[in-house]
Ligand binder design. Structure first.
Ligand code: GLU
Ligand code: MG
Length: 437
């Protein structure tokens, strides 16, 4: 069958969904200049394709302009249609960025960080997901057999990631039944979030070609482990030198990274509504599930909201270059642009105020007394999306972390999503999210 290649230009929206419009490849040059039309209210389409509420109604036009540096073209070699898309920015008709464009929001956050502090953010998104199409063998956590049972998926996925320029680093059979994890190499600010979009889309694209479905939903099963998105972060200074590590700093963290981490953790009970933004997210964020349930720093501790990651202590190892902290209270229901953007904004507050680096907890915060937690500034994160949104709306100063229009649209969007779950039991809620993430 003869075909004309179709190129999609897409945006990652408030629902963390990737939507856009396409054009024939013959129109590429023209569309790089003109983009494709888009509307304000498209941002309010929830993860189930409904528009419960919108501040804009049918009014207003935008241009979704492709960034050619993000072009993905992946041929799976199976005779089927290739994956062809570019990530885009949402601009007003006069070319000015739209306040609610999430890619712009992140770009503005990393540029402000760099301008004010000289620090360039380097990040890598680590993803966990469930493969819904394979036979499950009890006890196959981390097992070679689980990779075997996944058939062609792992290698076809790695091919897609390579071909899309996402630089895969590891692929592993995670702890949960049918659960896997993939990591990619770090990249500078916006490029790191672009890469997160590509990872999710390539996993879906690969699964589709094998006649199955994967889900990144934060909690797919009732009792099994959740699917986290862990965001590794470090800095480079103006000379390009690593700037997150100081051998003399507490837990090896530099003064700058210490203030950044303190800023994020101080705001986390309020902004977790953005980094872990679905009702299913709060089934994952509970004590003793290796996710995170408190706003604590941990040293090599996989239950902390931010973990100081292990780096090689071997003689001659370049500790500073490898050193990074890992934010663990995130998942793939969020747009990676919004997720990383708000972390940078909260971290920048900490840098502006010169906050001291937090002390890492050395035991399970859930087992500590209220007094012990209070002494360390550690609090339990909200236990539902509703409570998280309440915390976001009530917080002093949190509006300063986002343009006003974006803040209002986000809260309206999420309240509408929550209302759609009224009366559903736990299993139904998990199923609804598993279908769309
Ligand atoms: N599945 C865990 C989570 O929900 C993470 C497990 C791990 O440390 O890799 O974040
Ligand atoms: Mg993992």
């Amino acid at each position: 069958m003869r075909r004309v290649p179709l190129i999609m230009v897409v945006t990652s929206d408030l629902a963390g969904q990737v939507r856009g419009k396409g054009f024939p490849a013959t129109e590429r040059a023209e569309r790089l200049e003109k983009g494709v039309g888009y509307t304000f209210t498209n941002h309010m389409i929830d993860c189930w394709g409904r528009i419960p509420a919108t501040p804009w109604g049918p009014l207003g036009d935008l241009v979704l302009t492709p960034d050619p540096a993000t072009g993905v073209e992946v041929d799976f070699g199976d005779g089927g249609a290739a994956e062809r898309f570019m990530l885009g920015d949402l601009l007003h008709m006069d070319g000015a960025p739209w306040d609610c464009c999430l890619r712009h929001y992140l770009r503005d956050a990393v540029e402000t960080l760099e301008r004010e502090t000289g620090l360039a953010l380097v990040a890598a998104f680590e993803h966990e997901f469930h493969d819904g199409g394979m036979r499950d063998r009890p006890g196959d956590s981390y097992s070679l057999d689980k990779v075997r049972l996944a058939g062609a998926f792992p290698e076809a996925f790695l091919h897609a990631l390579h071909a899309a320029g996402a630089e895969p680093e590891t692929f592993l059979p995670e702890f949960g039944a049918n659960q896997f994890e993939v990591t990619v190499k770090p990249a500078a600010g916006v490029a790191a979030a672009d890469r997160a979009v590509v990872v999710r889309e390539m996993a879906r694209a690969t699964a589709e070609r094998l006649g199955r479905r994967v889900s990144f939903s934060p909690q797919v099963t009732a009792d099994g482990p959740g699917n986290g998105v862990h965001i590794h972060m470090s800095f480079r200074d103006r000379q390009g030198r690593p700037a997150a590590h100081d051998p003399a700093g507490r837990h090896g963290v530099s003064a700058a990274m210490g203030s950044f981490v303190a800023g994020v953790l101080r705001r986390l009970p309020e902004i977790v509504a953005v980094t872990a933004p679905s009702a299913a997210s709060y089934r994952r964020l509970k004590p003793r599930s290796w996710s995170s349930a408190f706003n604590n720093l941990g040293f090599r501790d996989r239950e902390a909201a931010i973990r100081v990651c292990p780096v090689s202590d071997a003689p001659g190892a370049d500790v500073a270059a490898a050193f990074n902290v890992e934010f663990r209270a995130g998942d793939a229901a969020a747009s990676p642009y919004l997720q990383l953007g708000i972390l940078v904004r909260a971290g920048l507050e900490g840098l502006r105020e010169g906050l001291p680096p937090p002390e890492a907890t050395s035991s399970d915060p859930d087992a500590m007394t209220d007094e012990e937690r209070a002494a360390m500034g550690v609090v339990r994160l909200p236990e539902s999306l509703g409570a998280a949104l309440d915390a976001l709306e009530a917080a002093d100063g949190v509006r300063g972390l986002m343009p006003g229009a974006l803040f209002d649209a986000y809260v309206m969007h999420k309240r509408g999503e929550l209302a759609a779950l009224d009366g559903l039991d736990d299993a139904a809620v998990r199923r609804r999210y598993a279908e769309v993430y």
